[in-house]
Write a protein that binds this ligand. Structure first.
Ligand SMILES: Nc1ncnc2c1ncn2[C@@H]1O[C@H](COP(=O)(O)OP(=O)(O)OP(=O)(O)O)[C@@H](O)[C@H]1O
Ligand SMILES: O=P(O)(O)OC[C@H]1O[C@](O)(CO)[C@@H](O)[C@@H]1O
Ligand SMILES: [Mg+2]
Length: 321
């Protein structure tokens, strides 16, 4: 049995991080494990911002977006000397296990803490980007998708009234998941994602055809990994004569109360992380594949080739005409 664990959140915040903290923390306390929180991810680990957590830190947070542990990006953590200082801050308190809630970058840090310093780590995928191999969904993706859908509904009202083409830029870093599934679920009229070629002439032709067919507006989803919607709008203006406007949704996408789906995913993963540590295992990430919780070596998150469903992309194109 493990005696003492810490939890941190790292990278971009994602709705659902709080229910993951809550579940991991409550399961740890129920097992009599000493529980610590680390503020500001690896930055706080380095700066020794580590505190004992109890039930009061875990209550009233299940429905809150963001992360009550705060998060940060800490580029210095790529330096082994910095990781050694941070690991020592855990060891001096007798902390044996670490639950890392974050994205692929955060998982890299966890992997190195395990390999270099023997800290028992478990990674919980928490990022709106859905860019982690080994899980169908990351915590935060569903809530973010719903936020984008809400925005599309509003944008469509004004787009139709003014007969405009609106390019909606969404986050996702190098992944097109948010743009693709927002197109499918939001009835998008065009799509640009980094996993595919995105010839602007094809988009211009598609928009012109839609107008010929009597369509009054176009909502085109642009994944940030393709480029800036503002710049793409300028290019498109040279090729098609509708009134074109870019909308960058930006950080509104990361906020908001976690959806029911994200709360369940986070709760199951948070609980599982502590079970894994308590069973003496380490160096793993948790995923949800085919509606089942699974574990993989943590490096699985970035090893191998990540593919978006071609079938889903083709369907989005068919339906966007
Ligand atoms: N190669 C690495 N080695 C050690 N630590 C790393 C590495 N890559 C990232 N990290 C640590 O993880 C932190 C978070 O990484 P990153 O900014 O890539 O976000 P993320 O966890 O992928 O989440 P998101 O992409 O959702 O913002 C970094 O600031 C750094 O502290
Ligand atoms: O808030 P920041 O640090 O600008 O980071 C933005 C990035 O973080 C994410 O929101 C999450 O990884 C990406 O989609 C986006 O590219
Ligand atoms: Mg990432």
């Amino acid at each position: 049995m493990i005696k003492s664990i810490a939890i941190l959140t790292s990278g971009g915040d994602a709705p659902g991080m709080n229910p993951a903290i809550r579940a991991a923390g409550k399961v740890a306390l129920s097992k009599g494990i000493d529980l610590y929180g680390i503020k500001r991810g690896y930055l706080g680990m380095l700066n020794d911002e580590i505190f004992r957590m109890d039930g009061r830190d875990l209550s009233g947070i299940i429905d809150r977006g963001g992360t009550t542990l705060l998060t940060a990006r800490c580029p210095e953590f790529k330096d082994p000397k910095i990781r050694a200082i941070a690991a020592e801050n855990l060891k001096k308190r007798g902390i044996e296990g670490l639950v890392v809630i974050g994205g692929d970058g955060s998982f890299h840090g966890a992997d190195l803490l395990f390999k270099e310093h023997g800290i028992k780590v478990v990674g919980i995928p928490g990022t709106i980007d859905n860019d982690i191999i080994g899980t169908d969904y990351t915590i935060g993706f569903d809530t973010c998708l719903n936020t984008i859908l809400d925005a599309i509904t509003k944008i469509r009202d004004t787009a139709t009234s003014h007969e405009r083409t609106i390019l909606v830029e969404v986050m996702g870093r190098d992944a097109g998941d948010l743009a693709l599934y927002a197109t499918l679920a939001g009835g998008g009229d065009g799509l640009m994602i980094p996993e595919q070629e995105n010839p602007i002439d094809v988009l211009a032709y598609q928009i012109a055809q839609r107008r010929k067919n009597g369509k009054l507006h176009d909502i085109v989803l642009v994944a940030e990994g393709v480029g800036s919607a503002i710049e793409i709008a300028e290019e498109l203006k040279k090729k098609v004569h509708t009134d074109i406007r870019p909308v960058v949704l930006a950080h509104i996408q990361r906020g908001g109360n976690p959806s029911g789906f994200d709360r369940i995913l986070a709760t199951k993963m948070g609980a599982k992380a502590v079970e894994i540590l308590d069973a003496g295992k380490s160096g793993v990430m948790i995923g949800m594949e085919g509606n089942k919780l699974v574990t993989h070596p943590i490096s699985h998150a970035w090893e191998g080739e990540r593919r978006l469903s071609q079938e889903d992309y083709d369907l989005a194109l068919t339906l966007s005409k």
